[in-house]
Ligand binder design. Structure first.
Ligand code: ADP
Ligand code: MG
Ligand code: MG
Length: 254
């Protein structure tokens, strides 16, 4: 069973000619089939965790380890991370001129699976998945991220997730900028992936609303660059009622 293990992770960024430590010892284990929610105030370092796992060059790991089934993730290139079974939704946030969604998805699937998917079954698979996400078929011919609305970007993320079937998926703010219908459709996609039992999911969010649709097995409160409390789904209810104040009082959040 695939296991992502984050141990005492410390990460810095360069800002205004100074080095700032953002992650201050993150510990987390995500196993295949489990759904974890990381919740926390703005600026607490949640996206920094996601970018660090993605291997974004702006983020420097200064301590700790990240392994997937014992393999050193931090030593892997971005492509190697994807091939190892890590899915990072923010990995391709930029526009990719001249590359259609359809070609992009097939290239990604080829990289991750180690062989090109058979064209006929692939086209059918993409079409069926797009229908489930209520995406217009013409979307497949558009260039990746070119003029995508917030909702289209998120659906495209979930489309990739469902087609690539990763061992561990990290979704940062998948709920931001979605109206209620889009939130439900996107959540259903995440739940389908979850029901396969093949993927461990790390759902990073500021708001509790997505947790009405996706029921996490574990909830972690993130504050000041680390996980400060962990619990079951009841912790999300507590956060919904009480907010993050109890975790940020008496200190800056990042
Ligand atoms: P969250 O996702 O929890 O809102 P972030 O990880 O985006 O938090 O940000 C945490 C802190 O790190 C903030 O103070 C933010 O300004 C800083 N930070 C994050 N990324 C960068 C960056 N690329 N350059 C400079 N500062 C950054
Ligand atoms: Mg932020
Ligand atoms: Mg963020």
């Amino acid at each position: 069973m695939a296991t992502l293990e984050i141990r005492d992770l410390h990460v810095t960024v360069e800002a205004d000619n100074a080095t700032k430590e953002i992650l201050k010892g993150v510990d987390l284990t995500v196993k295949q089939g489990e759904t974890h929610a990381i919740m926390g105030p703005n600026g607490s370092g949640k996206s920094t965790l996601a970018y660090s796992l993605a291997g974004h060059p702006k983020y420097t790991v200064t301590g700790g380890t990240v392994t997937l089934d014992g393999e050193d993730v931090l030593a892997m290139s971005v492509d190697e991370r994807a091939r190892a079974g890590l899915f990072l939704a923010m990995q391709y946030p930029v526009e990719v001129p001249g590359v259609s969604v359809s070609n992009f998805l097939r290239t990604s699937a080829t990289a991750v699976r180690g062989e090109a998917p058979k064209l006929r079954t692939w086209v059918k698979e993409v079409k069926e998945n797009m229908e489930r996400l209520h995406m217009d078929p013409s979307f497949a011919e558009r260039n990746v991220n070119e003029g995508f609305s917030g909702g289209e970007k998120k659906r495209h993320e979930i489309l990739q997730l469902e087609l690539l079937k990763p061992q561990v998926a990290i979704l940062d703010e998948t709920d931001s900028g979605l109206d209620v219908d889009a939130l439900r459709i996107v959540s259903e996609g995440v739940n389908r992936v979850r029901e396969t039992g093949e993927t461990g999911t790390l759902l990073i969010t500021h708001y509790t609303r997505i947790l009405r649709y996706i029921k996490p097995d574990f909830v972690h409160v993130f504050s000041g660059g680390r996980i400060v409390e962990s619990g079951g789904p009841e912790l999300a209810d507590k956060l919904e009622n009480e907010g993050y104040e109890a975790y940020t009082k008496g200190g800056v959040s990042a």
